[in-house]
Design a protein around this ligand. Sequence first.
Ligand SMILES: C[S@@+](CC[C@H](N)C(=O)[O-])C[C@H]1O[C@@H](n2cnc3c(N)ncnc32)[C@H](O)[C@@H]1O
Length: 187
Amino acid sequence: MTAPTAAGPTGRAALLAPLRGTVLEVGPGPTSNLQQLDPGVHWIGLEPDTTAFPLLTRLADRLGRPVTLLDGVAEAIPMPDGSVDAVVGTYVLCSVDDVECSLAEIRRVLRPGGTYVYVEHVVAERGTWTRFGQRVWGTATMAECRPDRDTGTAIDAAGFADVQRATAYVTGFLGARIPVIAGHATA
Ligand SMILES: C[S@@+](CC[C@H](N)C(=O)[O-])C[C@H]1O[C@@H](n2cnc3c(N)ncnc32)[C@H](O)[C@@H]1O
């Protein structure tokens, strides 16, 4: 584990700044990480909620950047093997239907040596009230955003060559300390 390296609890800006070439963002929502990426990056956004597209288009126009928007899911990325230099996913593996399949797809579309940058909220440590609450909430509500996923373990098991990670904590409901993992991995 390394400490966060840039402003903000997760060091997201520092993780995004070095990325170059073609960058695929999975689940960018209406906001995305486009503004934090180098202006030379060719950004592709893969998002199943197409109501986000007009806002993303407006943002791209405002920044004067050509972007590509794809309607699809991380479990079946509509792109060839090894076709991107980096994949970015922030707060998205909590929402996908199948985490392992999504990670396999992310690795598939990355070129050899390409970088996966992630920021994800994850299940709290064993034996904590926060973890208990996350499990109850996630199971009882069948929430679209699952708070009780052990996403770090899934990333570790996904077959990347080098996984780096820092953990920060954000305060949630009733003061719960929710871990947020942020890092990068190499295809
Ligand atoms: C919590 S939002 C995060 C949005 C943005 N990445 C951020 O950091 O604020 C989760 C996003 O993942 C998208 N999403 C849900 N299921 C997905 C899937 N299977 N594949 C890709 N994106 C998905 C949602 O539509 C939504 O835009």
